[in-house]
Design a binder for this molecule. Sequence first.
Ligand code: 1HE
Length: 267
Amino acid sequence: MAKKPNRSAPALPASLSAELRGNIAIVTLKRPHKRNALDDTTVLGLQSFFAALPKDIKAVVLNGEGQHFSAGLDLTELTERNTAEGVEHSASWHRAFQHIEFGKAPVVAVLHGAVVGGGLELAAAAHVRVAESSAYYALPEGSRGIYVGGGGSVRLPRLIGVARMMDMMLTGRTYSAEEGLAMGLTTYLVEAGKGLAKGVELAQRIAGNTELTNFAIMHALPRIAEMAPGSGFAMEALIASIAQADPEAKGRLKDFLEKRAPKVTRS
Ligand code: 1HE
């Protein structure tokens, strides 16, 4: 285990690093020699980190060292598993990625190079995806004789639809960062080398929201989106009323009405 980054962040394996910068954390996949392929240690490390985020961290940036964000599952670990072990392995990814998607703070993934297989599943668990122009998306599982196991069947169809995911898996089709914009994989497209700065800028903006609003957006919105309209409207009304009763929200609304808060402008 590597030493702790600082403050009260959990200890991480050598394949991950974390920097705590004010109220945001920057987590980096650090296996560039293996193209940031996700082995069990790294997946468990991600789970530990996101499960025990220091209390004052309000947003996280997730990126990868080297030429690629992630080559997906570490295929060397796959060969020895029997069926029961395979189920547990997939479940371990589900647990880890749940801590990202439904954790304590929104996550901005910064993508470049290969974002493939389990790497794309990891990116799909983030809340915002910044893609440098070099990024490309693929699901090579079909050609490898395997199947997504990191929650891809659940998360990716919500982003790109079942038909597109089927095509990616069946034919091995790849999409560029730019094509990903129209599809919903890329949230922001930036030039090569500009991803981390953009990711940090967005994370800082997210960290400036109230905790209650960020919680509602992360935890309630995806669930409400799946509800039947009747239940969804009722749930939305309840959450809206809880949010606006927060003294922090009241203060912010007052600030706007008394001309202390910025207007919404198109920059
Ligand atoms: C790996 C892996 C890996 C690289 N597992 N070792 N993922 C894939 O099918 C993608 C497989 N990887 C690639 O297609 C390419 O490596 C890349 C396009 C990502 C990068 O190419 P390149 O030319 O920069 O690197 P490389 O020479 O292919 O790889 C460098 C080393 O990383 C090499 O090891 P070395 O010991 O020969 O130096 C590679 O073997 C190693 N490497 N990718 C293990 N994935 C929860 S289920 C999810 C299911 C999936 O994710 S399936 C998709 C798996």
